[in-house]
Ligand binder design. Structure first.
Ligand SMILES: *[C@@H]1O[C@H](CO)[C@@H](O)[C@H](O)[C@H]1NC(C)=O
Ligand SMILES: *[C@@H]1O[C@H](CO)[C@@H](O)[C@H](O)[C@H]1NC(C)=O
Length: 458
């Protein structure tokens, strides 16, 4: 076939795919490319678990976990942890220690979690029917929800979704039914790529289906971004996150992140009033105001914290070897001070490490509006148009999801339907009836016709 003809065929196929996509979007506002409608990231403790990636409500995936992350998994409602690999050696993320499998099992036990390892020591053959088989054998023994992990939340996503595809094939009542199309769409929606020959081969073998043509591929820059696996890819160079830790900075740099935009409140707000948000603490529930109120004292004093304990049965040693309480009260690794989260500290540390740091505070739980986005729009686009990876973070990756999807939509000329779909894929529902303040903000910037008509109705 001549090159010209091949090119023409390719572009024809692209047009057909586009038409089909447009049709699907119009016929259903709720169309998403995920296995099921995802919930907000983070199960029952979004500030602690924003990095857990939801495949389905029962299965979330992650990279290699620190001791703190295992404890947070328990605090937030996970019942089991599964490690794909057997780690004989400890590792590190920045200065933070990452336990061996044996140590992780002991921490999980202390936290009240089941813990299992899929592959035996030395076996790293993840893209295999055998690995899926082993996970499938473990699954019935686990209490849900399960947090499954590998090094970077990549290989475990493959094995877990293949387990679901196999279960779907053998049991028509299995939910959600995962076929090869769904598998590839979900991977693309998560920003990960399994279109290599060896993964295609295993996927075809497990599902018994042929590999579809024109596999969906992720729209992410860089393509392999998951050295910092905790980030949530939004589109191209835009990523979101919850509160990053000082220990994460090295991995962020490995991924090529240059810009970090922080949307948490600063130490003081624009009127000069104290406005520190909260840090996360082991065995302490989120919530209660930083500075206290009529009912409660300042958050980080023992008298307040002891009423916020997740599990009062826990030993003091659960928090740290020399702890004199069974709850934590400071979190310097998260840029916390004696009051709460301290944005000045984050700025100092990130600037020293060489990041381009930008502070664009958005009130947590506040209303979104066209004006709020308007305040930051030009700066956001200026940063985005460098094409360099941008990490936009808050506490739980929630408020930033709304702002970042809109920034990406404007930079890349996407429409309102795209923004609504992408927001859903990230676990947040925006419509004329749900989070309508966000809907109006989107409509105002992406579709002024819809903005004017919806606004009049409301
Ligand atoms: C697929 O599911 C069947 C039925 O549950 C099970 O016997 C088999 O081991 C599974 N295969 C894989 C590769 O997981
Ligand atoms: C929407 O309303 C604004 C202000 O009321 C107006 O300037 C704009 O032209 C309207 N847009 C459309 C498409 O009607």
């Amino acid at each position: 076939m001549t090159l010209a003809l091949t090119l023409r065929l390719v572009s024809l196929r692209l047009i057909v795919t586009h038409l089909r996509a447009a049709h699907v979007q119009q016929s259903s506002r709720t169309y998403v490319d995920t296995l099921a409608q995802r919930g907000n990231p983070g199960l029952r403790a979004p500030k602690k678990l924003w990095w857990a990636k939801e495949l389905t409500p029962d299965f979330h995936v992650a990279g290699r976990l620190s001791e703190r992350q295992i404890k947070y998994a328990a605090d937030g409602g996970f019942k089991s942890i599964v490690s794909l690999y057997h780690y004989d050696e400890p590792s590190k993320i920045g200065e933070e220690y990452l336990p061996t499998s044996e140590e992780a099992a002991a921490i999980a036990k202390q936290s009240g979690l089941q813990h299992r390892v899929v592959l035996e020591s030395g076996n790293s053959d993840w893209a295999s029917v055998q690995a899926v088989d082993k996970l499938s054998a473990i699954m019935p023994t686990l209490e849900k929800p399960v947090l499954l992990h590998c090094h970077r939340a990549y290989t475990i996503s493959f094995v877990t979704m293949m387990h679901m595809a196999n279960a779907s094939k053998h049991n028509p009542n299995y939910k959600p039914q995962v076929d090869i199309q769904k598998f590839y769409k979900m991977a693309a929606a998560m920003g990960i790529d399994f279109t290599m020959d060896f993964t295609q081969k295993t996927a075809a073998e497990i599902t018994g289906e042929e590999i579809p043509e024109n596999l969906p591929t992720p729209n992410v820059v860089p393509k392999v971004w998951y050295d910092y696996w905790m980030a949530h890819p939004v589109y191209k160079n835009w990523y979101t996150a919850g509160q990053i830790r000082e220990s994460h900075l090295e991995k962020l740099q490995m991924d090529g992140f240059i810009h970090v935009i922080n949307m948490r409140m600063g130490v003081d707000d624009e009127n000069g009033n104290p406005s520190q948000e909260q840090v996360t603490l082991i065995n302490v529930k989120d919530g209660t105001p930083t500075y206290g109120n009529k009912e409660t004292g300042p958050r980080q004093i023992p008298n307040t914290l002891k009423n916020l304990v997740v599990d009062s049965e826990k030993d003091n040693s659960y928090v740290a070897k020399d702890s004199n309480a069974n709850f934590e009260s400071r979190n310097p690794g998260e840029f916390g001070d004696e009051i709460g989260y301290n944005e000045d500290r984050e700025r100092q540390v990130l600037e020293k490490a060489g990041f381009q740091y930008h502070h664009m505070p958005v009130l947590s739980g506040g209303k979104f509006s066209p004006e709020l986005f308007g305040k930051y729009k030009d700066k956001l686009l200026e940063i985005g148009r460098t094409g360099e990876p941008v990490l936009v973070h808050c506490a739980s990756a929630h408020r930033v999801a709304y702002m970042t999807v809109l920034a990406a939509a404007l930079q890349y000329n996407k429409d309102l339907d795209w923004a609504l779909q992408r927001t859903r894929e990230l676990g947040f529902v925006v419509s004329p009836t749900e989070h309508k303040d966000v809907y109006l903000m989107y409509a105002a910037w992406l579709d002024s016709n819809k903005f004017n008509s919806t606004k009049d109705e409301l």
